[in-house]
Structures are given as structure tokens and as C-alpha cells.
Design a protein around this ligand. Structure first.
Ligand SMILES: Nc1ncnc2c1ncn2[C@@H]1O[C@H](COP(=O)(O)OP(=O)(O)OP(=O)(O)O)[C@@H](O)[C@H]1O
Ligand SMILES: [Mg+2]
Length: 354
């Protein structure tokens, strides 16, 4: 049972902000437009976990519903925000910015971190500036940029501001100038945003779950991602719903887990990420992990999202994961970073006990 840390309240009212996939599909958006959005099952899973931890919850919905409710005088002690948004490069920042303006605390990263991490090129610059390895890269913003200098082949091409595998497929790995030209033109046309052109990382792939803030930030698990289709050399599923047919997960321990965990915590700090998230990385040709991307809004479907899966592999069930996220947020918001640590006491969740 969680011990809520809000001053003077022992039963907090938690508002839930989210973008429901079905709502946008019924408005005429495509499966691909809504690939990053959440299902009712995900919202129900989070609600059930919060209730079992002793919190009261209220569904708010998307940014527009939040705005209407705020203007109607509704308030919450804290908002559990998993809104992905749908338009523009501030789409993940919108709800955090509104809540900041109304001075309502919320779980997960701030507007600035959401905007930074949504743009993979900007994020790579910040990460690289912190001395963290990430593949060399350039941006193709339009066809004129196709002539610019770029890293050596093989290259990996993806839209600079998408998630959930959008725009990524077997076409992403290119070996020749001709392939490079064709794929860049296709991605520019299809996704109407710059193409991120990166050195291809040929080695094993890992995803690392992090929970906590400042000195309390902890790795909750490291998971290797492999592919069970023999023909598939790269992660090429377009939609995570069919992940079971394509992806196999393995728990990683020992020296490799420590290396990946250290890199993840450095990225966590460099990007100012908060409460919980997931960092993706892959080994370079020398067998060393390099940063690919960070997800400050990691999927939270209790059955099939990567963060709950990797938590489970490390002895943390879904309710314990939500508890750890809430404790991280509450400590950050109500106790400040100097206060006595109340989270992640169980060292089995952590590779880096203080
Ligand atoms: N530079 C690279 N070299 C090799 N493979 C890469 C590279 N960048 C991305 N990939 C492959 O493409 C996949 C998706 O890339 P990335 O994580 O950037 O996209 P995403 O759509 O944001 O992912 P997610 O599904 O985690 O939201 C990676 O998991 C990896 O398999
Ligand atoms: Mg990823």
C-alpha cells in the first residue's frame, strides 16, 4: 500500500490524461496516425493499479478535455499524464505546459524534456554534448540536402520525430547512394518532416527502464530485444500490436546490463527526464552500446508495453511499477530532492544501490 506524500492528504485525487486511440479512429484518423495512442485497456490497467495503491482517480482524457475541465473549475491533487498528442513538435509537451500554467503537479517529464526527446536529432545533440556515445548523424530536411556530406554507409534512415516504429522498416537500412536517395525522398514525402540519417549500429539491441529522479534515479531492468523472423535483420514492425510475432525479449544481467544501465542513467540526467521512462540503445561495431532514443512517455499497457515487461522480468509487477512511478513523482513534487529516500528500497529493482 502506498503512503501518499501530499501535505495534509491521505487520499489523493489523481486525474488521468491520455489520448485514446479509439476516439481518434472514430474521428477519421488512420491506424498509423494513432499508432502511439493508448487503448481503454491501458487506462483501465493504470486505474486498477492506482486504486489498489489507495488513490482515487478521475478520467480527464485529452488536452482539450483537460482545458475544458480546468475552465469549469475542476482540480486534482496530481495528474498522471500519458498524453502523446497528435499534431506538431510540441504534441507531448502540450499537457505538461497547460498543467504548469495552472500549477497542477503531474507525473512524468516536463514540457521542455518532452519537446527535446520527441525530436531525435535535438536530443542526440544534447546527449552527445554530455559525452554520451550516439551514432554520427545528419538531417535531410529537403531534397537539396541530399547532396550534403553525411556519415559513411551503411546508414539507418528514420523520420526525426516519430515513435512506435513509424516510418521504420527494412527500407531504413541503406548501403548505397541510390537507396539513400530513394528512401529519403519517400520518407520526406510520406512523413513531411526531416529524415534523420544515422550510422547503422550493427550489434545487439537493448532497452533500459529507469525510475526516479536526481540521486534516486535507478535502473529497473535491462532487456535485450531480438527478432524471431529469420529474414528480419532489423526491427521492422510498423505497429507494436503485432510485436509478439516479431520481437523476443530477454532479461540481461552482468557486465552488459551494468554498461547499458550506466549509459541510460547518463541520458536520463542529460535530458532532464523525470519519474520513469525507457532508453533504447544498440551495440556499435566495436561491441559498445550507443544511445538511439529515449521515451519519457514509455508505453504502460500492463500486458504488452516494454516498460511493464522489463519491470516484470526484474521482479516488479505492474502495481509495483506504478507505485514506484508515483513515489518518484510525489517525492520530487512534495518533498524535494534532498528529502530522505522513500522509493525503490528493495535493491532487487536496482543495479546501482546508493
Ligand atoms: N542507428 C541505428 N542503427 C541500427 N538500428 C537502428 C538505428 N536507429 C534505429 N534502429 C532500429 O530501429 C528501431 C526503432 O528506432 P527508434 O527506437 O528510434 O524508433 P521509435 O519508433 O521511436 O521506437 P519505439 O518503438 O521505441 O517508440 C530500433 O529499435 C532499432 O532496432
Ligand atoms: Mg525505440
Amino acid at each position: 500500500m502506498a503512503v501518499p506524500l501530499s501535505p495534509g492528504t491521505d487520499e489523493m485525487k489523481i486525474g488521468l490524461t491520455y489520448d485514446l486511440c479509439s476516439e481518434y479512429l472514430s474521428l477519421g484518423y488512420s491506424e498509423e496516425d494513432t499508432a502511439e495512442l493508448d487503448t481503454t485497456e491501458t487506462i483501465e490497467g493504470i486505474e486498477i493499479a492506482l486504486h489498489s495503491l489507495g488513490y482515487k482517480t478521475e478520467r480527464i482524457g485529452n488536452a482539450k478535455s483537460l482545458m475544458m475541465r480546468l475552465l469549469n473549475g475542476n482540480r486534482w491533487d496530481l495528474v498522471f499524464n500519458i498524453c502523446e498528442g497528435i499534431f506538431g513538435d510540441g504534441r507531448e509537451s502540450l499537457v505538461p505546459a497547460i498543467l504548469d500554467d495552472w500549477q497542477i503537479p503531474y507525473v512524468f517529464s516536463s514540457a521542455a524534456t518532452m519537446a527535446l526527446t520527441l525530436n531525435k536529432a535535438l536530443c542526440k545533440r544534447v546527449v552527445r554534448d554530455a559525452g554520451i556515445p550516439t551514432p554520427d548523424f545528419c538531417l535531410v530536411r529537403n531534397v537539396d540536402d541530399l547532396e550534403n556530406s553525411k556519415p559513411e554507409f551503411p546508414l539507418f534512415l528514420k523520420p526525426v520525430m516519430e515513435g512506435s516504429g513509424k516510418g521504420i522498416g527494412e527500407h531504413s537500412l541503406v548501403w548505397t547512394e541510390e537507396e539513400f536517395n530513394t528512401v529519403c525522398r519517400h520518407l520526406l514525402r510520406r512523413y513531411e518532416q526531416p529524415v534523420l540519417v544515422e550510422t547503422y549500429l550493427p550489434g545487439r539491441e537493448f532497452t533500459v527502464g529507469v525510475c526516479g529522479n536526481g540521486p534516486d534515479a535507478r535502473v529497473i531492468g535491462v532487456m535485450e530485444v531480438t527478432f524471431n523472423k529469420e529474414v528480419m535483420e532489423i526491427y521492422s514492425y510498423e505497429n507494436k500490436q503485432n510485436y509478439k510475432e516479431v520481437v523476443v525479449y530477454h532479461k540481461v544481467e552482468g557486465e552488459m546490463a551494468e554498461k547499458c544501465g550506466r549509459l541510460a542513467l547518463q541520458v536520463w540526467e542529460a535530458t532532464g527526464s523525470r519519474d520513469s521512462g525507457r532508453i533504447d540503445m544498440k551495440l556499435n561495431k566495436l561491441g559498445q552500446p550507443e544511445f538511439m532514443e529515449i521515451n519519457p512517455l514509455a508505453g504502460l499497457n500492463f500486458k504488452n508495453s516494454d516498460l511493464p515487461i522489463l519491470a516484470r522480468m526484474n521482479g516488479m509487477n505492474f502495481t509495483q511499477l506504478i507505485d514506484a512511478i508515483m513515489q518518484a513523482a510525489l517525492k520530487r513534487i512534495f518533498l524535494g530532492s534532498e528529502a530522505h529516500s522513500v522509493m525503490m528500497k528493495n535493491e532487487q529493482y536496482s543495479y546501482y544501490p546508493t
